[in-house]
Design a protein around this ligand. Structure first.
Ligand code: ADP
Ligand code: MG
Length: 446
């Protein structure tokens, strides 16, 4: 991972890791005060938030409203989509009631979490490279995203400025850093997976002359697309990839994230049933892609009843396989265990890769020759969120175990994984706060 990170930072297209610049050079430190807004767009639901910050790392109040994006707007025109978003935002803002906060005397500021591939041009602006996740609006591609939103807000008579345009991992890092200044990286392991971290600007070779006042910048790795011949790829992974709408893409994500784990398990037990006839007759359901969702896989895996009754129930209800003998139920649990353990260990290896890249793994960095004992390790916090990590206990335990194993007990003591909640929303509001009062952007390209 660390080697590919180097390559991705050295040149555009130098690695499957895109290592995107975010232009976020300052992370919230807890002193931020006032009311800030955030907009989180990146799935079927979009959310608007209002966050009141009280300084001293306190979040006084958070209001959130969720709304589905009407299906037809996902493939309509840019103007229709952004008008809809701006209207929802305006309605939300007008409900703020009687707030006597000085921030409201000036223009309201917004953090915009836009979790689609964007070529960032400053902390608050970026160009849409392509839509994903069911969105497909031709006339937005190639346009500046914040401008689309700001124009819509102007049409609706809403006086608001986009102070930060970020992706969800960057929001998570911001929230982590707000609570704990030793936080230097963030990882999301939910339906998909991604990570970002704080890099020194002089290590970002592909962008020579990049200057920031802090000397650092957050890099969005897009690590779901990581690939290496060292990854333990099986025929199940190859088939899953070939059957997917994006073959040869997101290879790491396909071995790790919640979208896929259940389907890997399904593929393994399908082959077992073909080759060893473990379930008996024809099994039409077991041949259906994605019928076994990861939360159900987790339930089977974590079934601690002596007779594995949950396993039997899920096999019967979801896959329509009745009367599975106890020995075969155990086998199914074993398959879930192997698939989850591999995923968790790969994610752990990825995190250690980031730590290695920035010399926080206790080994002195990838070019360092010093022995571990010479290095005094700094306390390092990695912010982490996503349903797979937070809701799947066995996944989480395997990940922790692997971190310890790879780093060694001693170094592992200096590394904390901290769960943040709703970084993609709150974190964007925090970044709006951090980047609000700057009259000039303090990031320049020479
Ligand atoms: P998203 O990644 O879509 O923004 P989340 O971070 O909440 O949303 O992650 C949701 C994903 O986490 C689900 O798609 C599922 O794969 C996984 N997940 C949620 N709950 C569980 C669970 N109990 N066990 C295993 N996986 C789960
Ligand atoms: Mg999410």
């Amino acid at each position: 991972m660390a080697v590919e990170m180097h390559a991705g930072l050295a040149s555009e297209g130098g690695s499957k890791l895109k290592m995107l610049l975010t232009f976020v050079d300052t992370l919230p430190n807890g002193s931020e005060k006032g009311i800030y807004y955030a907009l989180d767009l990146g799935g079927t639901n979009f959310r608007v938030l209002r966050v009141q910050l009280g300084g001293q790392r306190s979040i006084l109040e958070t209001d959130v409203e969720r709304q589905p994006i009407p299906q037809h707007l996902m493939t309509s025109t840019s103007e229709d989509l952004f008008d809809f978003i701006a209207s929802s935002l305006k309605e939300f803002v007008e409900k703020e009631g009687d707030v006597s906060d000085t921030t409201l005397m000036r223009r309201r500021e917004l953090g915009f979490t836009f979790s689609f591939p964007v070529k960032q041009t400053s902390v608050s602006t970026g160009i849409l490279i392509k839509w994903t996740k069911g969105f497909g609006i031709e006339d937005t591609v190639g346009r500046e995203v914040s401008e689309c939103l700001e124009q819509a807000m102007a049409r609706k008579g809403l006086n608001m400025r986009v102070a930060a345009l970020v992706n969800d991992t960057v929001g998570t890092l911001a929230l982590g850093h707000y609570h704990d200044p030793d936080t230097i990286a963030a990882v999301i392991i939910g339906t998909g997976t991604n990570a970002c971290y704080l890099e020194r600007t002089d290590a970002i070779i592909k962008c020579q002359g990049l200057l920031t006042t802090s000397g650092g910048m957050v890099v969005n790795m897009e690590w779901g697309n990581f690939w290496s011949s060292h990854l333990p790829r099986t025929s199940y992974d190859i088939e899953l990839d070939a059957d997917s709408p994006n073959p040869n893409d997101q290879g790491f994500e396909k071995m790790i994230s919640g979208m896929y784990l259940g389907d890997i398990v399904r593929r393994v037990i399908l082959r077992m049933s073909h080759e060893a006839d473990i379930f008996g007759d024809a099994l039409p359901k077991l041949s259906m892609p994605f019928i076994l969702r990861t939360p159900l896989m987790a339930e089977m895996h974590e079934d601690d009843s002596p007779e594995l009754t949950e396993v039997a129930r899920i096999l019967k209800d979801t896959l329509e396989i009745p009367d599975v003998p106890s020995k075969v139920r155990k086998l199914v649990v074993k398959v879930c265990d192997v698939v989850t353990r591999r995923a968790a260990r790969l994610a752990a290896a990825g995190i250690v890769g980031i730590l290695k890249k920035i010399g926080r793994d206790g080994s002195g960095g990838i070019t360092g020759g010093r022995s571990r004992s010479d290095i005094k390790m700094k306390r390092t916090v990695v912010a982490i969120e996503g349903g797979l990590y937070t809701s799947y206990t066995m996944f989480r335990e395997y990940l922790h175990e692997a971190m310890k194993e790879i780093l060694g007990e001693e170094a592992a003591q200096h590394v904390t994984l901290m769960v943040t909640e709703d970084g993609s929303g709150v974190g964007a509001a925090l970044l709006a706060a951090t980047h609000s009062s700057d009259p000039v952007d303090n990031v320049q390209l020479l």
